[in-house]
Design a protein. Sequence first.
Length: 101
Amino acid sequence: MSSVITVEIGGQRYPIHSGLDERYVTELAEFVDRKIRAASDAAPTSDMLGLAVLAALNIADDFFRERDRQSSSNGQIQERAGRIERIVDEVLAQVAARQAV
């Protein structure tokens, strides 16, 4: 069910039509607002469009860094799982060899 949630970003109020939880949409808007404010602090003479682009680039950077971190973590987990699998295979082979004697 869609509803209209009014949020404030960069001093502007925006009606957001969404089926998402209102608290979640508000949290997203607050996050974007913080990024806009940080962009404004870094480039105080920029207009709102310029600030929005800077904020979007910052958010994209955060996303890419987290994606790379997750990818690295997943690779490490897969490597460890492979090592565990090899150890288990070796132990099972040793048990099978002992039972065959």
